[in-house]
Design a protein. Structure first.
Length: 339
């Protein structure tokens, strides 16, 4: 019986994940998913992809991915991009896919102070297969039995299609950054049972931090010495969607070409469910070619625990095309986290 309730509780949490936005640990390596205002934020052309495998110790899988590309146009002082994201849960074969077009405009507020305003319009698809799902109305809790066969009692549309809209702002100077974004302004339909049932609540997000430049080191390439960037950053990422809220706080140490990161995630909710609280460690590397790779692991400290869930693995890869102008770097003076 205890195992039955554990499985039911886990299934409820997975259902919440698919009805809420997926949480990525390397959110700055997933910039357009974090805030549309990040489109074109490198000042160059960028390609990237992210993959997340959550709770790998379970028999049923929950995976998510994103892929994106963006470009900054100096002529129009604007960034444009495309973002593709998806999530899949194997128990019900539930899938969510979104493809969006992103635009941002950069406003100069001072010599080295900028404000980006961005927006994204998206097409969203949701699909589910309920042939093997046991609904709550089929459970006889007193006897610990299931009434009927899997899939009985479901009468609804298992394919949903909708349009959505996101927007955001990003301010930064040489040391500080602060962003605010809102997602699902059109609140698309997420209920498979009712034509005008539940809608996806808007998500509000705040992110910001501070970067401290440390004394640079030297890299000897046998002909001359070049400065090796060293910096330490502290940041937060707060999200609220419906009745749920979450805060990530952490730090990132950049010792060129390596990045080491550490995060704590979690805020209590009004429910007894853990809010996917975890300790996150990260290792990243930036190659001279412009290729950057990152790996992070979420160590679960929630009630489900590391033993049952297996935490979460996340991988990011991105490539920033170098400029023909040798005076330009891969990144302009934007002090945000790399991952």
């Amino acid at each position: 019986m205890r195992k039955l309730f554990f499985v039911l509780g886990l299934f409820f949490q997975v259902g919440l994940c698919l009805s809420q936005d997926v949480q990525y640990s390397q959110f700055y390596a997933n910039p357009l998913y974090l805030n549309p205002a990040f489109a074109g934020s490198t000042g160059l052309t960028r390609l990237g992809a992210n993959f997340r495998n959550q709770w790998p110790a379970l028999d049923q899988s929950f995976i998510a991915y994103t892929a994106y590309a963006d470009h900054f146009s100096e002529k129009y002082n604007s960034g444009i991009g495309i973002s593709i994201s998806g999530a899949k849960e194997s128990f019900t074969n539930s899938q969510v896919h979104e493809i969006g077009l992103v635009y941002s405009y950069r406003l100069r507020l001072g010599d080295r102070r900028f404000l980006h305003a961005g927006a994204q319009t998206s097409f969203v698809s949701r699909d589910a297969l309920f042939d093997e799902v046991i609904l709550g109305t089929q459970l006889d809790i007193d006897r610990g039995t299931i009434v009927g066969a899997p899939g009985d009692g479901f009468d609804g549309d298992s394919r949903l299609r909708d349009i959505d809209l996101h927007a955001g702002l990003l301010y930064y100077d040489q040391k500080f950054w602060f962003g605010a974004s809102v997602f699902h302004l059109l609140e698309p339909q997420i209920s498979y049972l009712e034509a005008n049932g539940n809608t996806l609540p808007m998500k509000y997000a705040l992110q910001g931090g501070v970067k401290f430049d440390l004394a640079p080191g030297d890299i000897n390439d046998y002909f001359n010495n070049t400065d090796q960037e060293r910096s330490l950053s502290f940041a937060f990422n707060y999200k609220k969607q419906g009745q749920f809220s979450q805060l990530d706080i952490g730090s990132e140490f950049y010792f060129e070409p390596l990045v080491l990161g550490f995060w704590y995630r979690g805020l209590p909710t009004k429910y007894s469910l853990p809010n996917n609280e975890s300790i996150i460690s990260l290792l990243g590397v930036r190659l001279d070619s412009g290729l950057e790779l990152g790996y992070s692991f979420d160590f679960s400290i929630s009630k489900f625990g590391q033993r049952y869930s297996g935490g979460a693995h996340e991988i990011s890869v991105r490539y920033v095309f170098s400029s023909k102008d040798p005076s330009k770097k891969y990144y302009p003076e934007l002090p945000t986290f790399r991952y």
